[in-house]
Design a protein around this ligand. Structure first.
Ligand code: NAD
Ligand code: TYD
Length: 371
């Protein structure tokens, strides 16, 4: 079992990273956590506001491609673990502008690996160390309806620029383990949802549009399938890998919930109808929602043009992490969706502030109604 107690966590002003740091500081209050985040459109320091007074926590604004900065942080704070969440993470953006995906996801990961190699394998350092890469099931490509779920041995067949950049990063991580003996691990997870998710991903966007009475865009037929993982379960899975996974290991982390996009959005509509319909206070707070007007939210669903190269189905086999590390997702989808929706109800200031004018402009250009 690993004894590492001081961590550089990159990209932790984003969704999963911020939930992870909150989880980690709660589980291991004696650990040191230095967050490195460049605060792109997807990063918000407010997502970490409650942790700023924690004695072991420090926030540094900076880029993972800045090798010198990373090296000096590792040395100055004597950090011997890195958990790399920093990435450009949205498939649609990778289609309209793949360049930053190459620089952050590929070059950035290599620069982090190189800084880790210089510091941890250089002169004078002899302790335990770990570089953990947070990756995605999208590196495996797309499944047909009857295909078995992805195992860790599935070949890499990424189809979007996002997935290809994450696949490249995984290869680099393995090469640093194999060539230099850097202690690394990788986790490939399915679609996350939960608090602090930037409202460009399906669940966050749907909830924010439901309360504003705006259209709910569904790409293509809505029959594409994703496996949904509540973010806290993902954090627990990474914890198991960091503490008990052997150097060089790879684990899939999934939620065990496959749903078509239309099934998922309909569930969210029905949930909003129930939660807002039952609460005078929510009806007053969200007067533009259809639920406040007694109209079924499903009527907001709008089928739009399909995403180019849209992967059909992701499904993830978690037998390895179940068997080797005793991991099981704990949150049922309906409980997770309800918790997430309530979080967005209670944190309107957060999502209103991230959905600023320029973001809204970008999103408006993405959706055109399909015939
Ligand atoms: P996110 O987009 O919410 O957050 C990304 C964070 O990285 C932001 O805070 C951003 O400011 C920061 N960042 C971006 N470029 C940076 C750079 N060059 N230097 C420093 N910081 C930078 O992402 P997320 O959804 O929290 O995803 C976290 C990780 O998990 C990513 O690596 C992603 O590929 C992976 N992942 C996400 C999902 C999902 O469903 N969201 C699923 C599988 C894997
Ligand atoms: P998304 O949350 O972008 O994650 P990913 O592309 O990484 O799976 O999308 C999840 C699914 O929902 C995907 O099949 C695309 C679809 N989708 C929509 O139908 N409408 C939307 O507005 C968005 C953002 C996604």
């Amino acid at each position: 079992m690993s004894q590492i107690q001081s961590w550089l966590v990159t990209g932790a002003a984003g969704c999963i990273g911020s939930n992870f740091v909150r989880y980690w500081c709660d589980q291991y209050p004696d650990n040191k956590v230095v967050v490195l985040d460049s605060l792109t459109y997807a990063g918000d320091r407010n997502s970490l506001a409650d942790l700023e007074t924690n004695p072991g926590f420090q926030f540094v604004q900076g880029d993972i491609t800045d090798h010198h900065l990373v090296e000096s942080l590792l040395r100055e704070h004597q950090l011997n673990g890195i958990v790399n969440f920093a990435a450009e993470s949205h498939v649609d953006r990778s289609i309209s502008g793949p360049g930053t995906f190459i620089s952050t996801n590929i070059v950035g990961t290599q620069r982090l690996l190189e800084a880790a190699r210089q510091v941890w394998l250089g002169d004078g350092f002899s302790g335990d160390h770990r570089f953990h890469q947070v990756s995605t099931d999208e590196v495996y490509g797309s499944l047909g309806d009857d295909d078995p779920a992805f195992t860790e041995d599935h070949s890499y067949q990424p189809s979007s620029p996002y997935a290809a950049s994450k696949a490249s990063a995984d290869h680099l991580v393995r090469s640093y383990q194999h060539t230099y003996g850097l202690h690394t691990s990788i986790s490939n997870c399915s679609n996350n949802y939960g608090p602090y998710q930037f409202p460009e991903k399906l669940i966050g966007l749907t909830i924010c549009n439901l309360v504003r009475g705006k259209a709910l865009p569904i790409y293509g037929t809505g029959k594409n399938i994703r496996d949904w993982l509540f973010v806290d379960d993902h954090c627990r899975g990474i914890d198991r890998v960091l503490r008990s996974g052997e150097p060089g290991c790879t684990y899939n982390i999934g939620g065990g919930t496959e749903l078509t996009n239309i099934e998922l959005v309909e569930r969210l509509c029905d949930l909003a109808d129930r939660l807002i319909g039952d609460s005078k206070e929510l009806q007053l707070r969200f007067p533009d929602s259809l639920a406040a007007k007694g109209v079924p939210s499903r009527s907001l669903i709008e089928f739009v043009s399909d995403r180019p190269g849209h992967d059909w189905r992701y499904a993830i086999d978690i037998s390895r992490i179940e068997r080797d590390l005793g991991y099981q997702p704990a949150t049922q989808i309906d409980a997770g969706l309800s918790l997430t929706m309530r979080w967005y109800f209670d944190n309107e200031a957060w999502w209103q502030s991230v959905m600023d004018g320029s973001y809204q402009q970008w999103i408006d250009t993405q959706y055109s109604t399909g015939d």
